[in-house]
Design a protein around this ligand. Structure first.
Ligand code: NAI
Length: 349
């Protein structure tokens, strides 16, 4: 069987482990590179037919031109989102495939972990007891049972999160432009509009994609509508929140806590070790000073099961593209819509 040479950018040890464990049957030869894909590094993909990239590898027009000139025919994203690829620049030259879903449980469970830690201040208690401080002053939380959660986006992850929140005995209000009445009935959530959700929720958790319509949906105006002391959890995308408005809300006490797995300007920092460096992003640095803010570095997806699914699906996408007349999990260039059935044939034009 012919092997498909693939340049693998931004390779971390855990990526190599997950992909090496399952790659044998796929006929894909992976050339690992630790650097990000950029105009400066694209040349390392010379001689390969496909590249495999992650959220912070950016395909600009310049990069797309270079990839095309080098003979690369496929960009395999090993993630769900594709806002880092200039789809117009690759159109009719390079196909783009992705992993639409790898584990909604991983992400929802992480969102729940952030909510629980912030409420019961586990992140603070951990350091106290390790330091011989067994005082519980300042660690007061509240019962989730009987409180109201607001779930924004009831897709794969939002639905799992709804089940978890219901398990805590919470009332769940949900907002989604495409409400699913059957899910609401079976899952026990109540669909409502955003102003009602903002007004009534004690905990708000974001599980919608980033679109031109909802960029910075959590802003000064929406925060003003929320309950005093509201907890905001974001495992969706950083740009859903106006971070400066969030900081203002935290300073005033309007926002009681924030659990953030994603951040507006995360590209510069997340997934890398800056522990010996000065952080020159003053907004991120300010966020990190709050005792009631818990930031994780886009790790909500990071479970064994999700990594195995990502590796299997990505390698399967590459193999299928080069060996069969199919375009698995391809992004529709025209409408960029997951639900577009025509994306399978690339004929949504
Ligand atoms: P999905 O496509 O299954 O569900 C998204 C839902 O959001 C759909 O029901 C859609 O109708 C709804 N929606 C669209 N626009 C909306 C809006 N303006 N307001 C409210 N709802 C809206 O996606 P899935 O798998 O549940 O993922 C959700 C998001 O989670 C992804 O788009 C991604 O941004 C994020 N994510 C984060 C990860 C992490 O590691 N932190 C990992 C995977 C996904």
């Amino acid at each position: 069987m012919k092997t498909i040479k693939t340049a693998f950018f931004d390779a971390k040890p855990y990526d190599r482990e997950a992909f090496d464990a399952v790659k044998r049957p796929f006929g894909v030869e992976l050339k690992y590179f630790s650097g990000h894909l950029s105009a400066d590094t694209v040349h390392v993909a010379a001689g390969t037919e496909a590249i495999c990239i992650f959220v912070n590898d950016v395909v600009t027009r310049e990069v797309a031109d270079a990839l095309h000139a080098q003979g690369v025919r496929l960009i395999a994203l090993r993630c769900a989102g594709y806002n880092n690829v200039d789809l117009k620049a690759v159109y009719q030259r390079i196909h783009v495939v992705r992993v639409p879903a790898y584990s909604p449980y991983a992400v929802a469970e992480h969102a729940a972990a952030l909510m629980l830690a912030l409420n019961r201040k586990t992140h603070k208690a951990y350091f106290r007891t390790r330091d011989g401080n067994f005082s519980i002053n300042g660690l007061l939380g509240f019962d989730l049972n009987g409180k109201t959660a607001g779930v924004v986006g009831t897709g794969k992850i939002g639905r799992v999160m709804t089940g978890i929140l219901r398990g805590f005995g919470m009332r769940v209000l949900a907002f989604d432009p495409f409400p699913d009445a059957a899910f609401a009935q079976a899952g026990g959530c109540v669909y409502t509009d955003l102003p009602t959700l903002y007004r009534e929720a004690d905990v708000i958790t974001l599980h919608c994609p980033l679109t031109p319509d909802n960029r910075r949906m959590i802003n000064a105006e929406s925060i003003a509508q929320m309950k005093k002391g509201v907890t905001i959890i974001n495992t969706g995308r950083g740009k859903l929140i106006d971070t400066r408005a969030l900081i203002h809300g935290l300073k005033s006490g309007k926002v009681g806590a924030a659990g953030l797995d994603v951040y507006e300007e995360e590209t510069d920092y997340f997934f890398e070790d800056f522990s010996s460096t000065v952080i020159d992003d003053d907004v991120l640095a300010r966020l990190l000073t709050f005792p009631n803010v818990l930031i994780t570095s886009h790790q909500a997806f990071f479970t064994r099961e999700a990594m195995a699914n990502i590796a299997q699906t990505t390698l399967g996408n590459i193999q299928t593209y080069f060996t069969q007349d199919q375009l698995p999990n391809e992004i529709c260039y025209r409408c960029s819509d997951d639900a577009c059935q025509r994306k399978i044939t690339g004929k949504c034009f």
